[in-house]
Design a protein around this ligand. Structure first.
Ligand code: FEO
Length: 162
């Protein structure tokens, strides 16, 4: 049996993952508007991953006999000062998501909910990758500086993400 406290925390996390989905879709639209279709495509794939994260949690709640309660999703920003600013935002956002996941792991341990604790290990690992991916692109963009050619080359590389 899953406790109401854990169900509430997991429902909050569904909302956080759905917001991530929305945020990355907004970034994809921004990048397409900036004529950077590779960046846009990368972000659309990231947005789809976030939806799958939300659904994993959704399924876990149901499987454990809890009640999924969907929440309102805030509108994300529509534009950023620069492509670098957007990716810096993505990196900061992933760090915040990691912290939310860690808090639910702490709660699962406190509630002695071993099933949720083990379930969340996948998310703990995933967050290491999510932070690293965003940070790598931020650092790459910083190295490129003002180079438009470099930005276009990076755009072509990001278009390869499947
Ligand atoms: Fe679902 Fe990017 O964390």
């Amino acid at each position: 049996m899953i406790s109401e406290k854990i169900v509430k925390a997991l429902n909050d996390q569904i909302a956080a993952e759905m917001y991530s989905h929305y945020l990355y879709l907004a970034m994809a639209a921004y990048f397409h508007d900036e004529n950077l279709p590779g960046f846009g495509s990368w972000m659309k794939i990231q947005a789809a991953e976030e939806m799958s994260h939300a659904m994993k949690i959704y399924d876990h709640i149901i499987e454990r006999g809890g009640r999924v309660a969907l929440q309102k999703i805030d509108a994300p920003p529509a534009k950023w000062d620069s492509p670098l600013a957007a990716f810096e935002n993505a990196y900061k956002h992933e760090c915040e998501i990691s912290s939310k996941i860690n808090n639910i792991v702490d709660l699962a341990i406190a509630e002695k909910d071993h099933a949720t604790n083990v379930f969340l290990h996948w998310f703990v690992d995933e967050q290491v990758e999510e932070e690293a991916n965003a940070l790598e692109i931020v650092n790459h963009m910083k190295l490129l500086g003002e180079s438009k050619g470099g930005l276009l080359m990076l755009d072509r590389n990001l278009a390869k993400r499947e």
